[in-house]
Design a protein around this ligand. Structure first.
Ligand code: CP
Length: 329
């Protein structure tokens, strides 16, 4: 079943894994989901150190429970309570010591309120990967959320079957705070990787990183999908098979919160509602990585409505991460 040896491989972005490697993860995730008991000793005696610089619900629970279900053990570390979070120990020393104790390290580090420099927290994850002699998993940095992307594509495959010719809409929505671009970057990369016809919808000024756009265009060329960008909500939602909604901050005003706030407030009416979902195909699905600001990003009617698969999507975090952990550890 496995199409390559993934043992020891870091997982920082899906873009750095081959298509076959990603397919191996999804195949294994489906198998684990079907028969979890078969994998209950998979990581017996193995430990994962989970280092969190930010809050989390789904990521912490699904990694921690996933390790237990695989027969292994996880250690949750709040960065604030460790020397690294206090700025008193280097990444090299922290990572090298962690590698002496454990079999894997996973890190969540997206920008906090005082430290918004795009790409900086991705560099921290990469620095850990450089010094740790064990695999490092990105649990979300400022550029990527690869585990979310795997859960997203598994959910789409489960709900839609063959992805060829399916219209995937990645829609910016309003949020009172600027949020990281890690989820939209990762959703765009995985959707184009798996041959979906992607429509990226956002107001002017909320363009994604040009490097990510370039990768997405190149993914389309290699995998047979397409990529369009529009500012028209009606055009985007019409005949969509998958609607993926996410709020993100403007890279143009990155880290300049007051300046961005004045700019973003004009787009308060960018909310996913029942009227827009009516434009989509009858059996379309509505996705969001959660947590969602209800009635700001999307209405209750949409989040709780017939199209919504948000809880299945969250469940798949558990299965895909168990697959990644099994394969790399
Ligand atoms: N989607 C996601 O990563 O959720 P948490 O922030 O709760 O981990």
């Amino acid at each position: 079943m496995l199409k390559g040896n993934l043992r020891g491989k870091d997982f920082i972005t899906t873009q750095e894994w081959d298509y076959d490697e990603l397919e191996s993860v999804l195949d294994l995730a489906s198998e684990i989901k079907k028969e979890p008991g078969k994998f209950s000793s998979e990581l017996q005696g193995k430990s994962l150190i989970m280092l969190f610089f930010n809050p989390s619900t789904r990521t912490r629970l699904s990694f921690e429970i996933g390790m237990t279900q695989l027969g292994g053990h996880s250690v949750h570390m709040d960065a604030e309570k460790a020397w690294i979070g206090k700025g008193s120990e280097s990444i090299k020393d922290t990572a090298s010591v962690m590698a002496k104790y454990a079999d894997g390290i996973s890190i969540r580090i997206f920008p906090n309120i005082t430290d918004w420099q795009y790409g900086k927290s991705n560099e921290v994850v990469r620095e850990f990967a450089k010094w740790a002699e064990i695999p490092v998993i990105n649990m979300e940095c400022d550029m990527f959320h690869p585990c979310q992307a795997l859960a997203d594509i598994l959910t789409i495959k489960e709900k839609k079957g063959n992805l060829s010719g399916k219209k995937f809409v990645l829609s910016w929505v309003y949020h009172p705070r600027p949020l990281p671009v890690s989820v939209p970057n990762s959703a765009l990369l995985i959707a184009t990787r798996f041959g979906l016809d992607v429509t990226l919808l956002h107001p002017k000024g909320f363009e994604l990183d040009e490097q990510i756009m370039e990768w997405a265009r190149s993914n389309c060329e290699s995998n047979g999908g397409s990529l369009e960008v529009t500012q028209s909500m009606d055009e985007a939602y019409r005949d969509a098979d998958v609607v993926y909604v996410k709020a993100w901050g403007s890279l143009k005003h990155y880290g300049k919160f007051e300046e961005e706030k004045k700019f973003r407030v004009d787009f308060r009416d960018w909310i996913c509602n029942e009227e827009l979902m009516e434009l989509t195909n009858k059996d379309s699905i509505f996705m969001h990585c959660l947590p969602i600001r209800r009635n700001v990003e999307a209405t209750d009617g949409v989040v709780d409505g017939a199209h919504s698969v948000v809880y299945d999507e969250a469940e798949n975090r558990l299965h895909v991460q168990k697959a990644v952990l099994s394969l790399i550890m």
